[in-house]
Ligand binder design. Structure first.
Ligand code: ADP
Length: 452
């Protein structure tokens, strides 16, 4: 069921829910008001009738008088009964009528005369020291008519009003929802080719304005992700093309020219370097993809940080054959932490590998660690060339290298820090850098350490 239909139904149901009790109470009020009025009139007429008795000497004259004027004037029928209930006098209305059935208890009662309903009022009359009962019969036909009319009006009127309210509800819902429809149409027109398009903001600062603004922010985020993806694909293809072009060049030369054995060996060595570069690049790309897709399901094990740091330092020493840097470990014994040891080791390798690549001979690389109740902090500091302030965030972008040719020559593809930061984030932690150009850099890895 559409929102418009639902709103219309709710509106009609609400309106009906109010209208029907209202009409019901109106019916009760009008009929009871009419009834009270009828009783008051009858009482008043009875008083007038009783007054006639005192004006005349004989009952026969009283009856004549009542017949002649009062009964017509008051539109009532009158009966005089003695104390035993025997009818002494009665007005014309009682003559020849088919029914005078009645039930009286107390002063009030009801009866019918010739099929017409009557309200009966009984009052005591003393005439010439004899007690009588005077019955005044007043036609209650009006009350029945009023009830019939009201039922007819309400019976026909209520459905018409309800239908009308449903129509008003429908038009109202259509009008209220038409901006939503427009918004949907405009959103439908935005394709993945043109993610720079934004939805026009409505003039009124209402819920729709906020929804549109939220959708626009969502579009901006999607556009950002799309752009990043495009850049990534372009960068990745570019990075893959370089070693492939180099390889093709080497093979080309070997096919076209006669090469000596030494030249041939040298070419094979170069070709192997390019293949290594390709392998390194594809491994890194695969690592990034794996981390991105496994962010939700990171497996953690109890890991001894000090042992891990010692292993990293050992590997670093083996790696650094040329520059003879000094490696310093600055960490106390600490309880095991719950992390993914493989991934944390990978981050440390990336940071230490960079520190070796970008620190001149004689420099120092320091690994320090500290722990609080709920987080682990590992710093990898070097005494290398440092990083300019405006580059400090960019180096974490995929494929970003400060000096492309130098970094490539050092075997870097610009993916190392991107991978390291992704790993930190997959642990719910962060990786940042503090650096002063010319004085070295410190990369800080902070990881939350959940107890289970
Ligand atoms: P690469 O594989 O090229 O090293 P990274 O993502 O690891 O890629 O690093 C990106 C860039 O950040 C590097 O090209 C380098 O310019 C800079 N960088 C990284 N680590 C350091 C460091 N310890 N000292 C100075 N510059 C660094």
């Amino acid at each position: 069921m559409s929102l418009r239909t639902r709103l219309t139904a709710v509106f009609a149901a609400l309106f009906g829910g109010l209208l029907i009790p209202f009409l019901f109470f109106l019916y009760l009020y009008l009929t009871s008001w009419f009834n009270t009025d009828l009783h008051e009139l009858t009482e008043h007429d009875a008083a007038e009738v009783v007054a006639v008795f005192s004006e005349h000497d004989s009952l026969a004259v009283v009856l004549k008088d009542l017949h002649r004027t009062e009964a017509d004037e008051f539109q009532v029928q009158i009966r005089l009964l003695d104390e035993t209930g025997k009818v002494i006098l009665e007005s014309y209305g009682f003559d020849g009528v088919t029914s005078k059935s009645h039930a009286v208890s107390g002063p009030w009662g009801q009866g019918t005369l010739g099929g017409t309903p009557y309200l009966i009022y009984r009052t005591a009359v003393t005439y010439k020291s004899i007690n009588y009962i005077c019955e005044v019969w007043k036609s209650a036909e009006g009350l029945g008519l009023l009830k019939d009319r009201l039922r007819l009006i309400f019976g026909f009127g209520a459905p018409i009003i309800l239908l009308f309210s449903a129509l008003v509800g429908y038009l109202f819902a259509r009008r209220a929802l038409s901006p939503v429809d427009r918004l949907r149409e405009q959103a439908d027109m935005i394709s993945s080719d043109d993610l720079s398009a934004r939805l026009p903001l409505p003039r009124n600062r209402d819920e729709l304005h906020r929804l549109t603004a939220t959708l626009n922010r969502l579009l901006a985020r999607i556009e950002g992700s799309f752009d990043a993806m495009k850049r990534f694909t372009a960068d990745a293809s570019h990075e893959l093309r370089i070693p492939l072009t180099n390889l093709r060049g080497i093979i080309d030369v070997n096919l076209r020219k006669k090469r000596t054995l030494e030249e041939h060996e040298e070419d094979m060595g170069d070709a192997l370097d390019e293949v290594h570069r390709l392998t390194h690049l594809t491994t890194n790309l695969l690592t990034l993809a794996t981390i991105d897709s496994s962010k939700q399901s990171l497996s953690r094990t109890k890991t001894d940080v000090l042992t891990l740091l010692k292993e990293v330092i050992e590997s670093a020493r083996r790696l650094d054959l040329e520059r003879k840097l000094s490696f310093v470990l600055n960490a106390p014994e600490m309880p095991s932490v719950n992390v993914n040891a493989e991934l944390v080791r990978q981050v440390l390798f990336i940071l230490v590998d960079n520190a070796i690549k970008y620190t001149p001979a004689g420099g120092r690389v320091t690994l320090s660690a500290s722990q609080t109740a709920d987080q682990l902090q590992i710093d990898v500091a070097d005494t290398g060339e440092g990083i300019q302030l405006d580059e400090q965030e960019r180096i974490f972008e995929r494929f970003y290298r400060i000096d492309k040719s130098r970094a490539r020559a050092a075997g870097g593809s610009g993916l190392g820090l991107a991978i390291a930061r992704s790993i930190a984030k997959s642990h719910g932690g962060q990786l940042t850098v503090i650096s002063e150009p010319g004085h070295g850099s410190t990369f800080r890895l902070v990881l939350p350490t959940p107890t289970n």
